[in-house]
Write a protein that binds this ligand. Sequence first.
Ligand code: FAD
Length: 319
Amino acid sequence: MMVLVLAETQNGQFKKAAYELVHYGYQTAQAMGTSCAALVLGTATGAEVLGKYGASKVYHVSDTALDQFDSQVYTAVIAQVAEKAGAGTIVVGHTSLGKSLLGRLAVRLKAGSVPAVNAVPVVDGGVFKVRKPVFSGKAFATYEVRSDKKVLSLMGNSLQPQEVGSEVAVEALSVDVPAPKVTVKEVKRMEGRTPLPEAELVVSAGRGMKGPENWNLVEDLAEQMGATTACSRPVADADWRPHHEHVGQTGVAIRPNLYIAIGISGAIQHLAGVNSSKTIVVINKDPEAPFFKAADYGVVGDLFDVVPRLTESIKKFKA
Ligand code: FAD
């Protein structure tokens, strides 16, 4: 039975994570001795490109009712496509969309499900095994899934998507799209910067900033870098910053290429959401701050001195 991957789109464009997911699906299919198909829902263009990342088939259900995400409707549609395509393993991203589909799909398909995996599965003695981080990323657990059908959600930035094939023709599929039980009246999208879960560059700050009136330092640096801003939880709790910027165990979990932490102590609950970042830079005046243990680069210094100098240097470098 083949592997079916949901390639997420936003405003008709493929998210960066879609290519990673398809490549993960391809590698999973190879481990299972089968092939990988990608599924695109709603309005989207350029789906042929998914073939480059390893999809041998691309299915498109283009019904515009699917432009608006509804987990019940998506579950019904994906389950039908899985049946038509003969797919036994479904892979979704560990995004807010994917998280809300995983359990529903598992129930609908009577499948074993593993959320937040970050490694390509192996089939060992006929048993499907897949790894995921546990205890806030401090350890890994390997799950064995013995059911025929499986549903996995993949953590973002788990692997680098690679081109392994060429574009494939997109096959239009017609399935029954049920009417949603909930009607969305209005969607307000955040203007400007890349949303945190998708951001490659993140500038984040904590209580060391002393107050919201100093956030222009963070904004200026982020602006120069084209980065997204984030914060520690007490900062959001104190209303210095909006809650959607709060990263950590109880906030958004991110995996950017670069995470700059300014005036953040590095409590375990904060690290839980950021310690999978590729490169971590810490700016803190306390050389004993726990964050330095998780840092790739550290600057011991007063942020009110270091951050404006860093911003100036980037400005000069770009000029
Ligand atoms: P502080 O711990 O007060 O650290 C401020 C840092 O700034 C210090 O290291 C200090 O040396 C430095 N500093 C001060 N002045 C300067 C200066 N001028 N220049 C340079 N450095 C300076 N926290 C999260 O962030 N995310 C979560 O999701 C989260 N979830 C939690 C869940 C639970 C159940 C609990 C109990 C806690 C949670 N917390 C979370 C809170 C967490 O334990 C810490 O309290 C919090 O992360 C600390 O935030 P902070 O680093 O901004 O502040």
